[in-house]
Design a protein around this ligand. Structure first.
Ligand SMILES: [Zn+2]
Length: 441
């Protein structure tokens, strides 16, 4: 209990820093030093227009599919009336990209700004998207909601749950699944459950083994410096306009409520997979440590033919090294976990959703998506080590390596969040300089 209280206080300190940075950034509207796009930038952006398949609107259809409703006010407030999330802050991103914006990132950011409550599978799977950096998924179990990833702030998670209860029908929260140890996926837990219901066993929380320790390690032990670095990584101090920031690529941006944490009551730890019954539904989990997070898992609802990709499969090239600071990740293991999911469920899956971005429907679309995400991380691993073995340095490899066109032209392989350049350096150091993630004792 004592340990938890101290933890909660430190979390508050960390989030206070985040809030300060974000509030300051909201006050900045214009920057007199903003420049027009140079001829070099304009050429690079124009080249992308002919290189990438912008005519394919499938992602727009999928990002809007199943929309039930959103919050008309377009923002979420805390109990004092402060806006802690503004869904309209990137509303300027519409249509053709201006000369100052990378058109592919502009497109991604427009997709990320589509927000609301969405039906993913009729009568059983719903998502709250664009209410925070991450998604909150709600699955109708036998007695209530199974909530996957209750966002970063209690206020945003609560607003999402209330919208689902209002539009779909009120249900109690029967279970929570937290996919991994990053704060955008668990900080809002107190917005959807009461701690006493967790302690009494009424509401189980499923987490990957090591979830609590790694969450504290990343967000508390290194929390202050990580918060500062995150403000650079996310461009929190830049104005939100066509010459400033367009969002994170992973979602719009982070909310600024008071995040918290509750430890899991059921730990998932088997690399080969394990089955649990979660509020009457069979869920097959695979544990995926040292992938996108040091403690992470993906899982399959066999009765629904639905797969939760967690953050291991998303619509962007992700980070092997995240610039805010966190343990370096291993492209080889990351790729192997996706391959395991393909072997187990690749022929059966019909609904595939993640903790960021929009879902993918139908096996014929899901399978190639999973395969290319697997190949993306494997390519970075294999080619980095091939060139390292030939004697090149990490900086040289980062300059030399290009994705093959079969990957490079897929929007979900592009560097909206991670980049090939720093992922290559991360993989090099992970393998050769001993920056290996460690599992908790
Ligand atoms: Zn996330």
């Amino acid at each position: 209990m004592k340990k938890f209280s101290e933890t909660a206080v430190r979390f508050l300190l960390f989030i206070t820093l985040f809030t300060t940075v974000s509030t300051y950034s909201q006050k900045i509207k214009t920057d007199k030093n903003q420049k027009e796009a140079s001829s070099f930038t304009q050429k690079a952006n124009n080249d992308l227009l002919s290189y990438l398949p912008f005519a394919d609107k499938t992602d727009y259809e999928n990002a809007k599919r199943g929309l039930i409703a959103t919050i008309p006010a377009g923002n979420i407030k805390d109990s004092q009336g402060n806006i802690i999330y503004d869904m309209k802050q990137y509303d300027f991103i519409k249509g053709t990209a201006p000369a100052t914006a990378n058109p592919s990132l502009w497109r991604q950011s427009e997709l990320n700004s589509i927000n609301g409550l969405f039906e993913v599978k009729k009568g059983s799977i719903y998502q709250i998207r664009g209410f925070d950096l991450a998604n909150m998924t709600l699955i109708a179990g036998k007695t209530g909601w199974i909530i996957i990833d209750p966002l970063l702030s209690p206020e945003t998670a609560k607003a999402g749950l209330e919208l689902a209860n209002e539009k779909i029908g009120k249900k109690p929260v029967a279970a929570v699944i937290i996919t991994h140890s990053h704060i955008d996926h668990f900080g809002g837990i107190r917005g959807v459950v009461d701690e006493k219901d967790v302690k009494s066993g009424k509401v189980p929380i499923y987490v990957p083994e090591g979830f609590f320790d790694h969450s504290i390690s990343e967000n508390v032990m290194g929390g202050n410096t990580m918060g500062r670095r995150a403000s650079y990584m996310y461009g929190n101090l830049l104005p939100k306009d066509a010459k400033g920031t367009l969002g994170t690529g992973l979602g719009q941006t982070t909310s600024t409520g008071l995040a918290g944490i509750l430890d899991g009551t059921v730990k998932i730890s088997k690399l080969s997979g394990e089955e649990k019954i979660v509020d009457g539904l069979k869920v097959e989990f695979i544990y995926t440590p040292e992938s996108e997070a040091p403690a992470e898992m993906m899982f399959y609802f066999s009765e629904l033919k639905a797969f939760c990709q967690s953050e291991d499969i998303t619509h962007t090239l992700h980070n092997l090294y995240t610039l805010r600071g966190a343990q370096v990740r291993n492209g080889q293991k990351w790729s192997a976990y996706i391959d395991l999911a393909l072997a187990k469920w690749g022929d059966d899956v019909e609904f595939s959703f993640a903790s960021h971005h929009w879902p993918t429907w139908d096996n014929k679309n899901i399978k190639p998506y999973w395969e290319k995400q697997r190949d993306l991380y494997r390519f970075i691993h294999d080619q980095t080590l091939r060139l390292a073995n030939e004697g090149y340095t990490p900086i040289e490899i980062a300059e030399m390596l290009k994705l093959p066109e079969s990957l490079d032209k897929e929007s979900y392989s592009r560097g909206y969040y991670g980049t090939l350049s720093h992922d290559v350096r991360a993989q090099y150091h992970y393998t050769l300089d001993g920056l290996t993630a460690t599992l908790p004792i």
